[in-house]
Design a binder for this molecule. Sequence first.
Ligand SMILES: [Zn+2]
Length: 284
Amino acid sequence: MPISVTCSSCGNEVSPPSQHCPHCGQSVGYWNVIAADEPDERAALDRRYQSARVDALARKSDKVLQEFENALAGSKAVITRYQSEVLRLATSTRQLYGPYYQMIQAGLRLPDGDEWDVLRQLADTLLFPDYKEEIRFGALSLDGGGLPNYGDCSIVLRDVMIADRASVFEENSALFVERHHIKISRKPNMPKGHRATWPERAKLCIAKLHAKIDAATTPDKYSRILLTPGATSEDDEFVEVHIFGPMTVLTMERVIVISPKASKRATITRAIKSKLAKHGVKVN
Ligand SMILES: [Zn+2]
């Protein structure tokens, strides 16, 4: 079902991809957040969340589940990229993080050209009708670690820079569309309750992950329960983060370099460190 919002200023309906009311110019917000905030989506998520809590109570793991939820409220969005890309971004606040579709449209890159291509495009069209070009993808993380299948640098984003424009999704959205056999039709049968706004991200994580928590689960296990890198990107397990709009080095909080061992890499890491330091971004 196509989404629309009522303009708070002139009262007319606004549809994607307009970020401003085409009638009066008022800002209408971010479409991924608007979609996650729809009453049907929120009600379906709440049902999953309540049932997770009932299950935890029955298994006497409710206290630990609550602790896990408290920790998740502080989870961060991370994007994994190669050092060369981080170096480019660190060079200047005028360098933008390039989302996939915009890079292709600008002629700066070619589509991946693999079996993911069609699936990814279908999933993005279903999830982000008319605005997929605006979405940047990340993962939720408790320890700042990301998904090494996408690069050797984990970029942790500043909450304050993304909280209003980020939403979270159950898992790799392309795989979700495949696993749930979402049909191409005028009314795609996309199940509700699998996305959430940024302030409600812990709720989605509890709905998804509650069965992995029992009374004996210790806090040091939380990170891996939330995000488990796999041998390939298909095996990665994570909660996907969707961020609407541009990002620069000033959107970053810190960068974790996963494998700086080889000497060439160490040189790049030093360059990244000194450039990032100028923008107040830490490197681990
Ligand atoms: Zn208006």
